[in-house]
Design a protein around this ligand. Structure first.
Ligand SMILES: Nc1ncnc2c1ncn2[C@@H]1O[C@H](COP(=O)(O)OP(=O)(O)OP(=O)(O)O)[C@@H](O)[C@H]1O
Ligand SMILES: [Mg+2]
Length: 310
């Protein structure tokens, strides 16, 4: 069953240097319990897509398209209804976990609050459950740590606390936006393991945003490759690794496998000045004359004139 269905999502944001087109006709689906990663270079619009799902985009953003969660179009909900969705159905963890915790409450009490919201239980029971969750995510000395404030937590500990909070909510969807980028390498793998535990334990769907191809491929069943606000290719991780179709996907894979030896040259375009035709053509070593004129459509999971010709 489809849990999240993004249909033809277009987002533009006015900035001092022009209008940024951060999402261009993006469509993607995540099934119940499915794990999907969104991969792409810095600035291509990954976080903007995540914020659109949460309906947390700046008020001046121009948005069109639809985002369905369990068949409900999130854009048609009132702010109050959306807050309830954010509280009960979607959890999001970010690169900077400390900034998501409320600085004036102890970390433990914030986890307990999440338990209370979900389980509607007493203060005592929610504290017990919060302590159990803190142990589950390997926060040592949980009884002491329960009373500590966010600034007393390291980045890794704060991310564990965020995961404990997500576990308390047992959300249908977990959005993890670069959850390990700011952490030590040794801790990164542990945090990914915890996310995996959460997903498996509660049959939560995962939308993982990352630059880290290897982590993404080991965590996820499906992948979307994003470039300059467009999805260039999507499919199962297995198929994409076995037979990538888009030159950009091949270039990305060349960073983790010597089988593809065409690292991408040049820089992505400014999102205020997208090139005509295919947005990737100025960097594409397979570009043909048509590529600079006509924007290819997504066909069978690939947006490329090369595959359309075959
Ligand atoms: N609030 C905003 N107002 C205007 N433009 C924005 C805003 N937030 C992001 N942008 C622009 O939108 C584009 C996409 O940004 P986004 O943060 O989604 O990229 P990203 O793929 O998540 O990058 P990274 O991998 O570095 O996190 C960028 O050009 C960015 O400058
Ligand atoms: Mg981002």
């Amino acid at each position: 069953m489809t849990l999240l269905n993004i249909v033809d999502l277009n987002i533009s944001l006015p900035t001092t240097s022009g209008i940024v087109t951060a999402s261009n006709g993006i469509s993607l689906e995540i099934g119940q319990g499915e794990t999907h990663c969104l991969i792409g270079e810095s600035g291509c619009g990954k976080t903007i897509v995540a914020l659109a799902i949460m309906r947390l985009l700046p008020v001046n953003a121009k948005i069109s398209g639809k985002i369905f969660l369990n068949g409900v179009n999130l854009f048609s909900l009132s702010n109050k209804e959306m807050r309830q969705i954010r509280r009960e159905q979607i959890a999001m963890i970010f690169e900077q976990p400390q900034s998501c915790l409320n600085p004036v409450f102890s970390v433990g009490s914030q986890i307990a609050e999440a338990v209370k919201i979900r389980d509607k239980c007493s203060a005592k029971a929610s504290k017990e459950k919060a302590l159990e969750l803190m142990r589950n995510v390997q926060i040592p000395d949980s009884h002491k740590r329960y009373h500590h404030y966010p600034h007393e937590y390291s980045g890794g500990m704060a991310q564990r606390a965020m995961i404990a909070m997500a576990m308390a909510l047992r959300p249908a969807l977990l959005i993890a936006d670069e959850p390990t980028t700011s952490l030590d390498v040794t801790i990164q793998a542990q945090i990914m393991e915890l996310i995996k535990d959460l997903v498996v334990q509660f049959n939560t769907s995962l939308f993982l945003i990352t630059h880290d191809l290897e982590a993404a491929f080991s965590m996820c069943g499906h992948v979307s490759i994003m470039y300059a606000g467009f999805i260039m290719e999507k499919g199962t991780v297995e198929n994409i690794i076995k037979s990538p179709k888009h030159p950009y996907t091949k270039a990305l894979l060349s960073t983790i496998s010597s089988e593809y030896s065409s690292p991408v040259r040049g820089m992505p375009p400014e999102l205020t000045k997208l090139p005509a035709g295919c947005v990737f053509h100025p960097r594409c070593s397979n570009a043909m004359p048509v590529c600079s004129k006509i924007d290819p459509q997504m066909e069978k999971g690939v947006r490329c004139h090369l595959t359309m010709k075959i």
